[in-house]
Design a protein around this ligand. Structure first.
Ligand SMILES: NC(=O)c1ccc[n+]([C@@H]2O[C@H](COP(=O)([O-])OP(=O)(O)OC[C@H]3O[C@@H](n4cnc5c(N)ncnc54)[C@H](OP(=O)(O)O)[C@@H]3O)[C@@H](O)[C@H]2O)c1
Length: 273
């Protein structure tokens, strides 16, 4: 089967990754938040049934990690229950599901995590996303759950843009140097998703290659970052110290530094326009 010939439906098409998926799957039916709330089980199942897709891609999620602590019900409804409804719809329609999950399902007590490692989330967001994974696996077989980490891209709030903004306003920007992960360019992940559609069902860890701390990541973006500890920069949601996802199932994507360099050039061009 050729990806271009597959009938695809995208939920969350207006988000950071969703917008890149729309470019990677140009012929897909694209649904944004204002087209459909994925918490509406009946509508979700009906919509999947009426479109008869071969593949459904779910990039819709409640991604504000700190806000999830205060809005747990919303987080669990969107990230936990709704993926189960989408899976139900896919199972009934005989469609494959591609769904995105996160490095934050792990607790950071290990230095790196393969796909078969046992999750143990330490914040509400991670717990809600893990519930989403479980509901999918309970409701269907033909799923590909892609766990990714530290996403940035041209179409949403993200760390790279935040660093550039703060750098211009402040003499120095404090960034934590004791949390480690793998920055991932949404554009690369969307392109890679085209390959995953053709791969066997299961859980995948897909990120750009290379591990860094948030401070090291920031230092590749701006020249006035200074390191600090997580203790000096308290957040509402706890973060794992290590959330390094190891990909044992697919060919690796390029190094995060190469992807970042491309994004920074692209961003300059976009700002000028
Ligand atoms: N961002 C990261 O660093 C990161 C890291 C690891 C994994 N992930 C995962 O990667 C996926 C994509 O993330 P992203 O960064 O692209 O997220 P994003 O930019 O926040 O996009 C999520 C989209 O979902 C929509 N949405 C929220 N609630 C909805 C609902 N009830 N019904 C329908 N649509 C709804 C949002 O619309 P509104 O904006 O209108 O609410 C938004 O367009 C998510 O599964 C996320 O958990 C992200």
């Amino acid at each position: 089967m050729v990806v271009g010939e597959i009938k695809t439906l995208i939920f969350g098409a207006g988000g950071m990754l969703g917008t890149e998926l729309c470019a990677a799957f140009p012929d897909a039916v694209k649904l944004r938040h204002n087209d459909l709330d994925i918490r509406d089980r009946v509508k979700v199942i009906r919509l999947i049934g009426s479109n008869e897709p071969d593949v459904v891609i779910n990039a819709a999620a409640y991604t504000a990690v700190d806000d999830c602590e205060d809005n747990r019900e919303q987080a669990f409804d969107i990230n936990g229950a709704a993926p189960g409804y989408i899976a139900e719809g896919c199972a009934r329609a005989g469609a494959e599901l591609i769904h995105y999950s996160t490095d934050y399902i792990f607790d950071g007590s290990k230095k790196e995590y393969v796909e078969s490692d046992t999750p143990n989330p330490i914040n509400a967001y991670g717990n809600s996303k893990l519930m989403g994974e479980k509901n999918i696996i309970k409701n269907m077989d033909n799923y590909r759950i892609i766990r990714t980490s530290w996403l940035y891209g041209a179409h949403g709030k993200n760390f790279v843009d935040m660093m550039l903004m703060l750098s211009g306003k402040m003499d120095t920007v404090k960034v934590v140097n004791d949390q480690f992960g793998k920055p991932t360019y949404a554009h690369d992940l969307a392109r890679k998703t085209r390959e995953v559609v053709m791969m066997p069902a299961g859980i995948y860890h897909i990120t750009n290659e290379g591990v860094c701390s948030w401070f090291e990541f920031a230092s590749a973006i701006i020249n006035n970052a200074v390191p600090c500890t997580s203790g000096e920069f308290p957040r509402k949601a706890k973060r794992p110290k290590y959330s390094v996802l190891v990909n044992t199932k697919t060919t690796p994507m390029r190094h995060w530094r190469d992807a970042l360099a491309e994004y920074l050039i692209k961003r300059k061009t976009m700002v000028k326009l």
